[in-house]
Ligand binder design. Structure first.
Ligand SMILES: [Mn+2]
Length: 249
């Protein structure tokens, strides 16, 4: 059986980071009894402990009162109670296609319009996401998805980089879907991006029906976000950044 020093001197293990990693693995390996005629046991990598990835945010201003709970490792359970009907429908898309458990309770000055309520829900959702992600270790970080809804097709690409950015080219023909002001769609994503530290690109590739265009966008966003938040098994708990951090701008 090789000693630790012999193992670390083997060809291909000379880079400092690999030596450190192998050294950690060897220390963590369970000692295995080997008889005189058996080969040395392969070191067993330690089990990676994972945090409970839930974010809870309460936000109260003179305009709105919002509570959001987001569980990244959920099953798509959605409980939303807000005065903005169309937004409830879209939050449901995020939970169901992102496989997040999402609770949103909101009250707001909707007698003015839906602007403050939609904005503050998005801000709270972004904060909850950032809180749930913590140090962002081991996640894929990038995610993309193209979702159709009948004639509509939207492509969403995102990066949980820690840096807020939104590029959005949605062209929604109707000014309103029911009572919902379609201008608020872009504003929702901008607000989410700002508090979650997400680089977000939204490209509408096709679509005529406003409800379809917006819903396809939320579905693509949910799927892309799910992928970005999920653990990359090959990453083995490391941060997916050559800089070493995803939480600073
Ligand atoms: Mn719909």
């Amino acid at each position: 059986m090789l000693t630790s020093a012999q193992f670390l001197q083997a060809p291909g293990l000379q880079s400092r980071s690999r030596v450190a990693r192998c050294s950690r693995l060897m220390k963590a390996a369970t000692p295995v009894h080997t008889g005189p005629h058996t080969e040395a046991a392969t070191p067993i990598p330690p089990t990676i402990s994972r945090p409970y990835r839930v974010g809870t945010v309460k936000r109260k201003t003179k305009e709105t009162e919002v509570e959001v709970t987001l569980n990244l490792d959920g099953t798509g359970i959605c409980a939303v109670d807000t005065p903005v009907g169309f937004l409830n429908h879209m939050l449901d898309q995020i939970a169901s296609h992102g496989l997040f458990d999402l609770t949103v309770k909101a009250r707001g000055d909707v007698w003015i319009d839906d602007h403050h309520t939609v904005e503050d829900i998005a801000l709270a959702l972004g904060t909850a996401l950032s809180q749930a992600l913590g140090d962002r270790k081991g996640i894929h970080r990038f995610g993309e998805f193209s979702a159709p809804l009948d004639e509509a097709l939207t492509h969403v690409v995102l990066d949980l980089s820690g840096r807020p950015h939104l590029s959005c080219n949605l062209t929604i023909p109707a000014q309103r879907i029911g009572n919902f002001d379609t201008e608020l769609v872009e504003h929702f994503f901008m607000s989410f991006s700002n508090t979650s530290g997400t680089t977000l690109h939204i490209r509408q590739l096709a679509g005529k029906n406003s409800h379809h265009i917006v819903e396809a966008t939320f579905k693509a966003f949910a799927r892309a976000l799910r992928r970005a938040c999920e653990y990359d098994e090959r990453r083995a708990g490391q941060i997916a950044s050559s800089k070493g951090v995803l939480t600073q701008q």
